[in-house]
Design a binder for this molecule. Structure first.
Ligand code: ADP
Ligand code: MG
Length: 502
């Protein structure tokens, strides 16, 4: 059998097989080194060992053609068997796991599914956002509708109250026109009309306080003095059914507020307390210092308020009293006054037991305390000296009425219906005082005042204005003017002029 072709076919084939076998573990191990993440790493090592020993058996085959070293060959075969059997067994056991490894195409599919789910989520999110926006729009519309309803209630309330007042005024004026010669009756009717006007004044005062457009003349107020000064007014307002008890604590100090408005607020709260006790009871008004603020409490043992009512009580025009009985402005105005003074208002109420309304007002540094006479409106005697007044107002009826009042108090009056006309007049005359409206078409009062301020340093200025504007006026005249609120009584007008001329 020793045929050279046969021998060399064996040798060359075995050598090639061995070379191929040796290269495979090298490739496997190189692969493993570079991809440590690959699963079944141990299996690869075992496989490498197995193939290496297979390669060795082939080398052994070549050796044995010449040497017949069968002991060595047996050892190598035994090693190969030892490596191959566990490899084969392990391979079978790993098969299910290997099958579970997702193929690239499966991964791709999963990826696509994931991308689709993400896109779907984005779409849902976008829809959600759109719904939220839609809802916000609806809520804004609702707020707007509520506002409109509030404005409707508000204007309705004002119109209702003013119609009553106008009725009282016009009715009495008509009576006067019909029977002008019956002096007693005329005086009574005039007094009735004046009373209605005063009610209207209070109403607009409350409205403006609520709208924060009222000029609040904040001065330092001694709360104790203010309350003691009001006691008569309070007793008259809550009596005779309610029994008023006034407890003014010591060392209350001063607060900064508008005294008239603060009085009105306290009065409103007291009247609320009285209204809450239809069959009478004790109404306690108590003021005490609490660290850096003064608490003014109005305590009644009346019907109390439900939570719903407490929640709405500060709303302007919210009232549970029938038409003609409540304006719904008392609490809102008291709240406005407290806030304007840098304080707060608190309602504690239990239905059936009573209510405590507390105004908290921050204490101010104890500077000069303005003396303030309690009660609305001031009465003064006739002027000590008459003045030359230039009266500027675009409303002919107002101008006429004010001019007549001024003349009635002994002053000389020249009228102008607008700013330019007033300026023309001022070139020819130099009055003691210019009395002017703020809101006028073309040139407003502040502009007119600014125009004459430098040229006529001695000219006194008195604004008679419906509301607000006070900041614009202050800015324009730099504190050189006095401001009166419309409507103004003849007495208040006379007093202001007297004060200015003094
Ligand atoms: P008005 O007194 O004109 O109704 P207010 O603003 O003063 O307006 O009060 C609003 C509402 O709050 C009242 O209609 C009433 O229902 C309730 N209220 C206010 N004060 C009291 C109180 N002391 N006891 C019970 N209810 C009160
Ligand atoms: Mg009230």
């Amino acid at each position: 059998m020793w045929q050279p072709e046969l021998i060399w076919t064996h040798v060359v084939s075995d050598a090639l097989i061995a070379a191929a076998y040796f290269s495979i573990p090298i490739a496997l191990i190189t692969f493993l080194r570079k991809r440590p993440d690959v699963e079944f790493g141990k299996m690869f090592w075992l496989f490498a060992l197995f193939i290496l020993s297979c390669g060795l058996t082939h080398l052994m085959g070549i050796w044995n053609l010449w040497h017949g070293d069968y002991a060595a060959e047996a050892v190598i075969k035994a090693i190969t068997a030892a490596a191959s059997v566990p490899t084969a067994i392990l391979l079978w056991t790993l098969l299910p796991q290997a099958l579970a490894i997702p193929s690239p195409s499966m991964l791709q599919r999963k990826n696509d599914e994931l991308a689709a789910a993400l896109a779907e989520r984005d779409a849902v999110l976008a829809q959600l956002r759109a719904e939220v926006q839609q809802r916000e729009r609806i809520e804004a519309a609702l707020v707007q509708a509520n506002k409109m309803e509030a404005v409707g209630q508000l204007t309705g309330g004002i119109a209702h109250d003013f119609n009553n007042l106008l009725q009282a005024i016009s009715g009495n004026l008509e009576l006067i026109q019909m029977l002008p010669d019956n002096k007693d009756k005329v005086l009574r009717w005039a007094a009735n009309a004046a009373q209605a006007t005063e009610r209207g004044t209070r109403l607009t005062g409350q409205l403006l306080t609520f709208s924060r457009r009222q000029r609040l003349e904040a001065t330092a107020i001694d709360v104790g003095n203010l309350l003691r000064g009001m006691s008569e007014l309070l007793r008259n307002s809550v009596g005779p059914t309610a029994d008023l008890q006034l407890n003014v604590g010591p060392d209350l100090g001063v607060v900064r507020s508008d005294p008239t408005q603060l009085e009105l607020a306290i009065l409103n709260l007291a009247i609320n307390g009285r209204d809450a006790m239809p069959s009478g009871g004790r109404l306690l008004i108590q003021a005490e210092a609490e660290s850096d603020r003064v608490a003014i409490r109005i305590v009644d043992h009346g019907v109390g308020m439900t939570r719903e009512i407490v929640e709405r009580a500060l709303e302007p025009f919210f009232t549970t009293k029938g038409p003609g009985h409540g304006t719904g402005l008392g609490l809102s105005m008291a709240y406005g006054v407290a806030r304007a003074a840098g304080g707060d208002l608190r309602i504690d109420s239990t239905p059936g037991e009573g209510t405590t309304v507390t105004m908290y007002l921050p204490r101010a540094a104890e500077t000069e305390v303005a003396s303030h006479a309690p009660g609305m409106g001031t009465t003064r005697s006739a002027p000590t000296r008459s003045a030359d007044v230039l009266l500027v107002d675009d409303d002919p009826e107002v101008r006429q009425a004010v001019a007549d009042m001024l003349r009635g108090s002994g002053h000389r009056v020249t009228e102008a219906e607008n700013g330019p006309q007033a300026l023309l007049l001022l070139e020819r005359m130099s009055p003691d005082l210019m009395m002017l409206d703020y809101a006028m078409p073309g040139m407003n009062g502040a502009q007119l005042a600014a125009n004459v301020l430098d040229r006529m340093p001695d000219l006194k200025l008195l604004f008679l204005t419906g509301f607000a504007d006070s900041e614009a006026i202050d800015a324009a005249v730099d504190g050189r003017a006095r401001i009166l609120k419309k409507p103004v009584s003849a007495a208040a007008l006379a007093a202001a002029i007297e004060e200015l001329m003094a």
